[in-house]
Design a protein around this ligand. Structure first.
Ligand code: AMP
Length: 415
């Protein structure tokens, strides 16, 4: 039997109802904050990602689905949205269009990772990007939007971890101090971290290796290396969050892996998830536009994993009872009533009822069982008598009562 690719999933009823539930909330909340949707292709020229995410990151080194297409061009299934979105904003000149500076997206992303709970090779992200404000108000807005969304989903128990990587000068000073410290402990670092020490020392702070965790516990604290400008930017973000009633944990070891971040970085975590406890994150990226050939434009954004949100909501039992697919089931006595049944179905669908008919030429009894199974509220019974008299028999399945009415009166009934 042909199988799907490892780390990918087919999504269908009733699971798909959970996706629709989240999608409705996303539509609502993004609109409340004035964000408009941007849809871009799921693949891009490889350069879009290799030039932006950073050569020494796991994504670019090990996880990209990259291939040469039939025209000889190197293309990549997008592993994340920010770089692709920035490419699109530059190309379409959106920076000059005020209404397009608050953008959101939802879609599939691809990373060649080892599949496990909460980690797939094709996964989905909802995210938003606020473009062209250098001010801390926009960092705070993006966090307030994600916080609103998480609340709207019904997740109450989560933590917001936040840090600042400062501007370039602060970060370079910090890198020097960190490298000096880590050099002293080089022999005790994991193999990966020894390599990162040369290529990208900040990433050592990200390591999940127990030995590295112990060593980085006493590493210099990045927040002590912020210059005046960086400190003031971060303090304002924190104070806006506090005044908006949004709690946070300062996490000086949070660096978020990718090369393009500066100033504020943050992550959302839930204890309901286990090992992969982050379900979202983001940060400011002031140099990415230039890196991708645009004019210098500050920006900040976040992304959340939809599959992880669903895991959290499932484990907390937070999905509301999601609606059935059938309000009214039309039970027919045979082929001679097909056209009449379709006429009834159309009339009721035009009144916004979900109406199903039998397609398997089942017996009357089997159709009634099907209606029960589908949790239909009503059945409409159609036999030769109804056809001749131009009537329908309506049966209320919860109380078992039935009435006969004229076809023309169907419009007047509330089911
Ligand atoms: P990142 O861009 O790596 O920070 O990812 C943002 C969010 O996307 C994470 O917090 C996860 O919720 C989700 N995510 C990232 N990678 C995966 C994956 N391989 N499988 C499922 N969800 C993922």
């Amino acid at each position: 039997m042909l199988q799907n690719i490892r780390g990918t999933k087919d999504i269908f009823a009733p699971e798909i109802d959970k996706w629709h539930f989240l999608e409705q909330k996303i539509d609502k909340v993004t609109a409340l904050f004035g964000y408009t949707e941007l849809r871009s292709p799921i693949f891009e020229k490889t350069e879009v990602f290799s030039r932006s995410i950073g050569d020494n990151t796991d994504i670019v080194n090990k996880e990209m689905y990259t291939f040469i297409d039939k025209g000889g061009e190197s293309v990549t299934l997008r592993p994340e949205m920010t770089a692709a979105l920035v490419r699109s904003v530059i190309q379409n000149n959106l920076v000059y269009d005020l209404s397009s500076l608050r953008l959101w997206y939802l879609g599939p992303f691809f990373r060649y990772e080892r599949p496990q709970k909460g980690r797939l090779r094709q996964f989905h992200q909802i995210g938003a990007e606020c473009i062209s404000s250098p001010y801390p108000e926009s960092d705070a807005e993006v966090i307030m939007l994600s916080n609103y969304l998480i609340n709207e989903f019904g997740i109450e128990d989560f933590s917001l971890e936040i840090n600042s990587l400062g501007n370039e000068i602060s970060r370079e000073n910090y890198k020097k101090a960190l490298t000096e410290y880590l050099n002293k402990h080089q022999d005790d670092l994991s193999f990966d971290s020894r390599n990162r020490l040369i290529s990208n020392p900040l990433r050592v702070l990200d390591s999940k290796d127990q030995k590295d965790i112990v060593i980085t516990e006493n590493a210099p604290n990045i927040l002590e290396y912020l210059d005046k400008e960086s400190r003031s930017h971060f303090d304002t973000v924190l104070s806006i969050l506090e005044n908006a009633g949004i709690g946070y944990n300062l996490q000086p070891k949070l660096v978020r892996g990718l090369d393009y971040y500066s100033h504020t970085v943050f992550e959302f975590k839930s204890s309901a998830l286990g090992a992969q406890d982050a379900f979202g994150g983001g940060g400011r990226y002031n140099s990415l536009f230039e890196q991708l050939g645009g004019k210098s434009t500050p920006a900040v954004g976040f992304a959340m994993g939809v599959e992880r949100l669903i895991l959290i909501l499932d484990s907390l039992n937070k999905f509301p009872k999601l609606g059935g697919n059938c309000d009214i089931y039309i039970v027919s006595s045979g082929e001679s009533t097909t056209d009449y049944c379709n006429e009834i179905a159309l009339k009721l669908r035009n009144k916004n009822y979900k109406v199903l008919t039998d397609l398997q030429r089942r017996s009357f009894k089997a159709q009634m069982r099907e209606a029960d199974k589908l949790k239909a509220k009503f059945c409409i019974l159609v036999g030769e008598d109804e056809l001749t008299a131009n009537t329908v028999t309506i049966k209320n399945l919860s109380i078992g009562e039935q009435v006969v009415i004229k076809f023309d009166l169907l419009d007047t009934i509330d089911f």
